[in-house]
Design a protein around this ligand. Structure first.
Ligand code: CTP
Length: 399
């Protein structure tokens, strides 16, 4: 299988940690690049030196060994991998993963990653069967974590039952299957707009709005993690570039439209940007100066092109799924429904942006997904969860 796939292997505590060494040997034999992270408990069973020697790569122990960000920050460590494998995974690390703790390097990486995670549990049979562990497994499975094992058999603690770490060849096979798993949006191209636009008044002033780009960027990231090729057309924002998407930076609505059109053809178009409805008819080429006794200048505005309506127009280049946003403060559903028809799109993601909701610029979003088939009310979610849920909903449309 692929020569240059990168595995980040987290080795947590337990007598089975020695099997991680065999797993590294098997992975290296198949030319996978392996970077290891050893938890404090894991270090009671195997040494960093063995992991480094077998992986032929620097291995890491705790967060503070990574303070030299110029070497490799922890976010980058989790982002540069194709797959994160936790083997062996103790009941303790599963509990920390399920609750989202980030109290050491391993759990920080697991919380910061947007990559698939495969877990090979190993623990005493009673710990495995405990409802707390089983609840953690359900939580993690629901979030898309995949599991291999544990196997049933005699344990180091003289008990018998499920809890033994799967054998390294079986873990290798699970790794290969996880890397090969077809993603639901593989082969699809998505164009996503995000952020505000800036419409110049003169070289130093512009008209803008409060959009942060959080929602659009989260949608782009989520579509990419489901396998889509994503072109993110972004207005000026303070968001980090999502990994795995190609980004086109623009300022004005007209530039945004041109960038979207040049990114076509696409299967999916998501218009999450808060495009300025108007621009200054004739932006001044020089800075407008104030003059004693002269009235304040008035701005003559002209409408901007409607990017969503333009891309939704029937024609050979129309993406098969066109999704718009409706940010409303009054009569949310009626206004959103009208917008669906007026703009000719397939779905509208409607959100209430009344100041009291704190949605504009905030971290959460409460949305209603409107299509010709009806209205789906979603619970209030973090914007990145809205992104994931929307991406999953889009993927369902293509299966
Ligand atoms: N949109 C766009 N181009 C524009 C204006 C809006 O692509 N020039 C897109 C937005 O990205 C969003 C949707 O259209 O997906 C709705 O935008 P919104 O500003 O809420 O609606 P308007 O058409 O401006 O209607 P109104 O002013 O009545 O709310």
């Amino acid at each position: 299988m692929s020569m240059d796939k990168k595995i980040l292997l987290i080795v947590s505590g337990g007598i089975a940690a020695f099997k991680a060494l065999e797993l590294i040997r098997l992975l290296r034999g198949k030319s996978y690049a392996v970077t290891c992270v050893l938890t404090e408990a894991g270090a009671q069973f195997v040494t960093l030196l063995s992991l480094q020697a077998l992986s032929e790569s620097k291995a890491y122990t705790d967060l503070f060994s990574l303070t030299d960000e110029s070497e490799m920050g922890h976010i980058q460590l989790s982002r540069s991998a194709d797959l994160i494998v936790v083997a062996p995974a103790t009941a303790n690390i599963l509990a920390r993963m399920a609750t989202g703790l980030a109290d050491d390097l391993a759990t920080t990486l697991l919380l910061a990653t947007d990559k698939p995670v495969l877990v090979a549990p190993a623990m005493n049979v009673r710990m495995w069967l405990h409802p707390a562990t089983q609840a953690n497994i359900s939580t993690l499975s629901a979030r898309g974590v995949t599991f291999i094992g544990p196997d049933e058999g005699a344990m180091a603690c003289h008990e018998f039952g499920p809890g033994r770490l799967s054998e390294p060849p079986a873990i290798l096979a699970a790794i290969e299957a996880a890397l090969d798993a077809p993603k639901p949006l593989s082969g699809k191209h998505a164009v996503v707009t995000s952020g505000p636009t800036h419409e110049p008044i003169d070289p130093v002033r512009y008209i803008a709005n409060r959009s942060s780009g959080k929602q659009g960027h989260a949608i782009a990231a989520a579509l990419a993690s489901l396998g889509a090729r994503v072109t993110l057309v972004s207005g000026p924002v303070n968001q980090p570039d999502p990994s795995g998407v190609s980004i086109r930076r623009v300022e004005t609505a007209e530039e945004m439209l041109a960038a979207c059109q040049s990114a076509l053809p696409a299967d999916i178009f998501v218009a999450a940007a808060a495009v300025a409805d108007w621009r200054v008819e004739q932006a001044s080429t020089g800075k407008i100066k104030k003059k004693e006794g002269v009235a304040a200048p008035s701005l003559s505005l002209v409408p901007n092109p409607d990017i969503l309506a333009t891309l939704a127009k029937p024609g050979p280049n129309r993406p098969s799924l066109v999704i718009g946003f409706a940010a409303e403060t009054d009569d949310l559903l009626a206004n959103a429904q009208a917008k669906l028809t007026r703009k000719g799109c397939d779905w509208i993601v409607a959100n209430d942006v009344s100041p009291a909701t704190g949605i504009m610029g905030g971290d959460e979003n409460a949305i209603h997904l409107i299509s010709k088939a009806g209205v789906e009310d979603w619970p209030r979610l973090r914007k990145d969860d809205v992104g994931r849920r929307l991406a999953a909903r889009i993927a369902k449309e293509f299966t």
